[in-house]
Design a protein around this ligand. Structure first.
Ligand SMILES: Cc1ncc(COP(=O)(O)O)c(C=O)c1O
Length: 417
């Protein structure tokens, strides 16, 4: 499979960490921190060079002028998430962006004020949503103490099941039709690896008059996305996972063009969201840009963006369709090998249906026995343990091989033995 893999040469474009003995690790944590593309250093060094030689003049005269730098990322990001260029901008970090978007798109009223999330959503999302609920209510409601409980709807799997059924999500949305202000789900759940049917959920949300947003941390660069077509209202993601932008690298947002010119929406403003023509006139009145760029606040972090740009160019070359094709067989192969191991102490909780997952498989370990994870780690596998009882493994089509998956399965099997 590696020999006939049309994407096999992309692995050489990345730096794979090595073990003490000099062998490459089996890196299956691209869902946590993607590997460094070799060209990243060169892209960042270009900015160091321009900063050193041009100083402040680099804003206009750098090889890639800093004033416009975020725009270099727009086209590849738009392609990855299925959006129009005007609907996308790279900025800030993920949780910050979720807050900024909720400031605009969570508009609770006395009757319609609930937010729907996944039970067991990534903690940062949970904290963000709960604090937005508190932020949006008056002091008296805040003091009551049960506001969050009243206004948060958490979608939980059925008893004895690990993943959410779409029919149950839709049922909950319809049951609370008059009360839901916002539905905010992960595109892919970080724990189970379940990919949600964003199109259908968005339609159901809109039918009842709610706004629908997605956290694409585990979806961007992992599964095919058509945010514009699906009519998703907004989304945010980070770029340090599948997008290989580097630790803490700059995030991104999507705002559907339906909202591009809705200047009635409240927003936390900053000068980078102000119309370009008048941004440097230093006027006190804020005139927001049309589209996603109008949500920008600060001038962009060039070094981070340079790193992300290096990686996005590789995505452009490889193409999401080819990546998805390889991803399906790579993860399918992993699933096959885990089935072959056929050990009662481990079970995959990620959906078997390929439409409902990306590259990650989440392996539940019986009795939360973390020593299994420790054993595979000591033998050169980079996977991760997520409390309470899951080992996440994510073969990434850009740089993982079928041999990586095979070696991982052999190690897992021998550790179980
Ligand atoms: C689903 C999800 N949401 C939020 C975050 C937090 O991201 P950040 O630290 O960039 O705000 C992460 C980080 O891994 C995540 O996976």
């Amino acid at each position: 499979m590696d020999e006939v893999d049309p994407l096999r040469n992309f692995r050489d474009r990345f730096l794979v960490p090595r073990q003490h003995n000099g062998d490459e690790v089996i890196y299956l944590t691209g869902n946590s921190l993607g590997l460094q593309p070799k060209q990243t250093r060169e892209y960042v060094e270009q900015e160091f060079h321009d900063w050193a030689t041009l100083g402040v003049a680099g804003h206009l005269r750098a090889q890639n002028p800093w004033l416009l730098y975020h725009e270099f990322l727009t086209v590849p990001l738009a392609r990855i998430i299925g959006a129009k260029h005007s609907e996308v901008v790279a900025m800030n970090s993920l949780t910050v962006n979720l807050h900024l978007l909720m400031v605009s798109f969570y508009r609770p009223t006395s009757k319609r004020n609930k937010i729907v999330i996944e039970k067991g959503a990534f903690p940062s999302d949970q904290y963000a949503v709960e604090s937005q609920i508190m932020f949006h209510c008056d002091a008296e409601t805040r003091r009551r103490g049960d506001t969050v409980r009243e206004r948060l709807i958490e979608l939980a799997p059925r008893e004895g099941e690990a993943i959410l059924r779409t029919e149950d999500i839709l049922k909950t949305i319809r049951q609370h039709a008059d009360e839901i202000a916002l539905i905010l789900l992960g595109g892919v759940n970080y724990y189970t690896g379940q990919a949600f049917d964003m199109k259908v959920i968005t339609e159901a949300g809109h039918e009842i008059g709610a706004i629908v947003g997605f956290d694409l941390a585990h979806a961007a660069g992992n599964i095919p996305l058509r945010l514009h077509e699906w009519n998703v209202d907004f989304a945010a993601w980070c770029s340090y996972k599948y997008l290989n932008g580097g630790p803490g690298s700059v995030g991104g947002i999507f705002v559907h063009e339906n909202h591009a010119n809705n200047f009635e929406l409240p927003r936390f403003a900053g000068w980078w969201g102000n119309e370009k023509q008048s941004r440097f006139l230093m006027r006190p009145d804020f005139v927001p840009m049309s589209g996603a760029e109008g949500w920008q606040i600060s001038n962009p972090p060039i070094l981070q963006m340079a790193a992300l740009r290096a990686s996005l160019e590789i995505f452009q070359e490889a193409g999401m369709e080819k990546l998805r094709e390889k991803s399906l067989s790579l993860t399918g192969y992993l699933e096959f090998l885990l089935d072959e191991i056929n050990d009662k102490r481990i079970s995959v909780i990620t959906p078997r249906n390929i439409e409902e997952r990306g590259c990650q498989l989440s392996i539940r370990v019986k009795e939360a026995d973390k020593t299994l994870f420790e054993s595979i780690t000591s033998r050169g596998v980079f996977a991760d343990w997520r409390e309470p009882d899951v080992i996440r493994v994510a073969p990434v089509p850009l740089y993982n091989s079928f041999s990586d998956v095979f070696r991982f399965a052999e190690i897992l099997k021998s550790c179980l033995e």
